[in-house]
Ligand binder design. Structure first.
Ligand SMILES: NC(=O)c1ccc[n+]([C@@H]2O[C@H](COP(=O)([O-])OP(=O)(O)OC[C@H]3O[C@@H](n4cnc5c(N)ncnc54)[C@H](OP(=O)(O)O)[C@@H]3O)[C@@H](O)[C@H]2O)c1
Length: 329
């Protein structure tokens, strides 16, 4: 592996642009190539973000020998197919959230990465931002005693467009997969990445048949609870809390990219951790990928693959309760 790590960007949409902007804040990360379905979009992206090469297909990007790791940023229903393509060409992969449409796809991706002995990680960037690491440190130090409950939400009011990836079932639309994964992944991280022992939820399925808003309660071992909500037609406060036997931690709104965490114990003034991002916040997950690649690791302890599978199983189970099945399933 070369001194700088050479990134390939698969897809040129909204999040690819943000990710590459974050990547620019890492001195030893190189935007080596971009792959798009069309040469024009690849060229435009390469020009704007300084990618050395622009490929007119995802396959050409996956075959590029001057790329070490590929960031998959296509809509949900393509994550599995695109990840397999990259793994089959010997590339390491950072794949956008949600990791896949369902557990069946997620397991296929993980199995292929293991067969190829290649690195794979779900791009759950929230886990690697400094305020989140600080919250985990406080918990590990026992500052809030035993964590008993997590409360978190991610909901926004999107324009109802039946053809958009947010509302179209062909794209795995709905709030759970798009933004519900953030509170779910947060709760899972706090409670050790194990499968919940029970869960119950309610969702409103809108005119396109996907969950426009949903609320769910998950029970973990020893009666620990996660009280979570997501929405694509209703704005929520965006806060996250970990409530413990001795105190509580707040990840300030918007929690998934927060620069501020506070620790409150009894009547004491809160202890505040505040740190601006080095770039736009997307860089921390990329740094973790680069650290893993240099250390020869095929997965990150911060976002393990079996946990990505547990999260998909949880989403499958909630969708089954709501009667939400996607056309490709
Ligand atoms: N981490 C985060 O904060 C975050 C934020 C937003 C979205 N995401 C995730 O990132 C993924 C992409 O979201 P996005 O908002 O970037 O979507 P987007 O703006 O629609 O971009 C998706 C890109 O995927 C490619 N693509 C391939 N097949 C496509 C198809 N059939 N229809 C549309 N695009 C297709 C296109 O790139 P080419 O034309 O170049 O091939 C397109 O520009 C989603 O899974 C989403 O959950 C993550």
């Amino acid at each position: 592996m070369s001194a700088a790590i050479r990134w390939g960007i698969l897809g040129t949409g909204a999040i690819a642009k943000k990710f590459v902007t974050g990547l620019k804040s890492i001195p030893d990360a190189k935007v080596a190539a971009v792959g798009s379905r069309k040469q024009e979009t690849a060229d435009a992206f390469a020009k704007e973000f300084g990618a050395a090469k622009a490929h007119a297909s995802y396959k050409a990007l996956a075959s590029d020998p001057e790329v070490d790791v590929i960031y998959v940023s296509t809509p949900h229903q393509l994550h599995c197919e695109n990840t397999l393509l990259c793994l089959d060409h010997g590339k390491a992969v950072l794949c956008e959230k949600p990791f896949a449409i369902n557990t069946r796809e997620a397991k296929k991706m993980v199995t292929r990465a293991q067969e190829k002995k290649a690195f794979l990680m779900e791009a759950m960037w929230t886990r690697f931002i400094p305020a989140m690491l600080q919250a985990q440190k406080w918990i590990k130090e026992g500052r809030i005693g035993e964590p008993r409950m997590v409360m978190a939400d991610f909901g926004f009011r999107g324009d109802l467009d039946a053809d958009s990836r947010l509302f179209n079932p062909e794209f795995g639309g709905g709030s759970l997969l798009d933004v519900g994964i953030y509170p779910l992944s947060f709760a899972s991280m706090i409670f050790g990445g194990k499968k919940p022992v029970a869960m119950t939820g309610a969702a409103h399925l809108g005119s396109t048949g996907v969950d426009e808003q949903a609320a769910y309660v998950l029970t973990y071992e020893a009666g620990r609870l996660a009280v979570l909500a997501s929405a694509v037609r209703t704005e929520t406060p965006y806060d996250a809390y970990v409530l413990g036997t001795e105190g509580r931690i707040q990840l300030h709104s918007p929690f998934w990219c927060t620069t501020k965490a506070s620790l409150k114990i009894g009547e004491n003034d809160p202890v505040i951790f505040e740190q601006p991002h080095q770039g736009n916040g997307y860089e921390y997950q990329a740094m973790e990928v680069m650290r893993c690649l240099r250390a020869g690791q095929t997965e990150s302890p911060g976002m393990p693959l079996d946990e990505s599978i547990v999260l998909m199983e949880t989403m499958d189970q909630l969708r089954a309760q709501w009667g939400l099945k996607y056309p490709m399933e």
